[in-house]
Design a protein around this ligand. Structure first.
Ligand SMILES: Cc1cc2nc3c(=O)[nH]c(=O)nc-3n(C[C@H](O)[C@H](O)[C@H](O)COP(=O)(O)OP(=O)(O)OC[C@H]3O[C@@H](n4cnc5c(N)ncnc54)[C@H](O)[C@@H]3O)c2cc1C
Length: 458
């Protein structure tokens, strides 16, 4: 019998946790460890909204472990040094952790394995903890990953999904391993006021409510901006407070078109993870270059500022950008249309938008964010890379009564129905009454022309 360290990263839960289960099966004691990794902060990924959510998750994980006679050990600094120090303090023989996909995660795993091996300690890396299937579990005949979603989804759906593991009853933790105090969201300035609470307990309540109710109408209503009819489980999935494997099993058990459509979205999540795992540079470089020479300079900077501040003069774009700032979250349809607006209508580099999203999104995730941005910019996996979403058409379709816009753009709250989508069309005196709201930063036809010329389409 041995002592094991379980290194938690973004798998902050006790239910369905293969590394924890493997460690408990083989050991007499386990050290559940989280390291606040200096390298993640140094890379600029320590956004306040996500730090707050992370703090909630760690507190909840610690509480769950204490109910099971354990506790969470929290350290901060260089991840490899801290894990090795804990291994020394606990006299541990092995470390268990979840596999992850980014370039940094691959490097971290290699460094950790080498450092642990040098001390005679083994690193066990577990697949299908963060995703449903491991990246590379299904591949096409001619490549190491799928570049198009539809054939990926077909193969993904044919593969068995591993069984869900129960939460452990007891987690015996040895004495004598030092821990720092748990972080708290109270210490963090600059949080979005509508930020959700984090943690596995909160996640499981939300999941139960979602499976009882919202999922039924998901296929029909997931694009309804005002209806807000999606699960909002993304931050819990990002931090691993929920297991994607468990979600697939429970949704399939629930059955019906809503559950099927929901499972398909979880496959999108796996899809982007397998792309990033095979092409780690896609977090910063075009996955498929279109030889763009994105706009820069004062004019572009002004447009970007208007976009970030929700003052482009296109109410549907501005509503979504304001939702992002207020909640640290944005509806998927809003993400699609604001990303298309920035990269195509304004012809600004997708990296500028992706960075802004990562500063605010509580679910901000390298695989999902960067690759969805690339999808929207036409440099990613979209099979129609030059499509441009017209914000007014999108508004009429996905916010037909203007409810979403009036919710987030109070300057226009007096405009009824779909008139709220095109304030620039109001007759002079009426337009003047809404003077606090800006005119459009660009004419849509001109923006489209500029984009098509830049891509060599005309
Ligand atoms: C420009 C852009 C940036 C995005 N950035 C992120 C991000 O940083 N983190 C993130 O989790 N999602 C991101 N998405 C995907 C998607 O918008 C969110 O996952 C979704 O809006 C979260 O809300 P929900 O949990 O209610 O989703 P639901 O509709 O309830 O879907 C269930 C789950 O499926 C997954 N999912 C849904 N759509 C996608 C998708 N297109 N790609 C990958 N996974 C998906 C998510 O984990 C989500 O929680 C981005 C999309 C775009 C267009």
């Amino acid at each position: 019998m041995t002592t094991s360290v379980v290194l938690f990263t973004r798998d902050l839960r006790l239910h369905d946790h293969p590394p924890l289960r493997a460690a408990l099966d083989g050991s007499r004691a386990v050290v559940p460890l989280f390291v606040r990794d200096r390298a993640v902060d140094a890379a600029g990924h320590a956004a306040p909204n996500r730090l707050a959510f992370l703090a909630d998750c760690l507190r909840d994980l610690d509480a769950g472990l204490r109910e099971r006679d354990g506790r969470l050990v929290v350290r901060s600094g260089d991840l490899v040094e801290e894990v090795c120090a804990v291994v020394g303090e606990a006299d541990a023989d092995e470390v268990h952790m979840a596999a992850d996909v980014s370039a940094y995660a691959h490097r971290r795993e290699d460094l950790l394995r080498a450092a642990l091996n040098a001390r005679g300690c083994r690193l066990h890396v577990h697949d299908a903890v963060t995703t449903v299937l491991a990246p590379g579990a299904v591949t096409p005949a001619s490549s190491d990953h799928f570049a198009v979603f539809t054939p990926y989804f077909r193969r993904w759906g044919e593969r068995p999904v591993r069984a869900v593991l129960a939460a452990p009853r007891r987690v015996p933790v040895p004495d004598g391993v030092g821990s720092r105090p748990l972080p708290s969201r109270r210490d963090l300035p600059g949080l979005s006021p509508g930020l959700p609470a984090g943690g596995e307990s909160e996640a499981r309540k939300r999941l139960t409510a979602w499976l009882r109710g919202g999922i039924t109408g998901y296929a029909d209503h997931h694009d309804d901006l005002a209806g807000d009819a999606t699960s909002r489980l993304s931050p819990y999935l990002h931090f691993g407070a929920l297991s994607a494997v468990e979600l697939v099993h429970r949704a399939r058990r629930r059955g019906g078109p809503g559950a099927e459509a929901f499972v398909r979205q979880l496959a999108w999540r796996d899809f982007h993870h397998q792309v990033l795992s095979a092409r780690p540079h896609a977090s910063t470089l075009d996955y498929r270059t279109r030889h763009d020479r994105w706009r820069t300079g004062a004019g572009a900077e002004e447009d970007v500022a208007a976009w970030k501040n929700g003052r482009t003069g296109y109410p549907i774009v501005d509503a979504a950008m304001r939702q992002l700032r207020h909640e640290g979250w944005m509806h998927n349809r809003g993400r699609l249309l604001t990303a298309s607006f920035l990269t195509k209508t304004l012809y600004v580099d997708w990296r500028v938008g992706a960075r802004h999203f990562l500063e605010l999104l509580v679910d901000g995730d390298i695989a999902n964010n960067q690759l969805n941005w690339q999808w929207a910019a036409g440099t990613g996996a979209d099979t129609r890379p030059h499509r441009v979403l017209n914000p007014t058409t999108q508004a009429r379709r996905f916010d037909p009564d203007g409810v979403y816009v009036r919710r987030w753009v109070p300057e226009l709250a007096g405009l009824e129905g779909r008139a709220v989508h095109e304030p620039w069309r109001l007759p002079g005196p009426e337009r003047a009454a809404y003077g606090a709201y800006p005119d459009p930063v660009v004419d849509l036809a001109e923006g489209l022309d500029r984009f098509r010329r830049a891509r060599g389409l005309d």
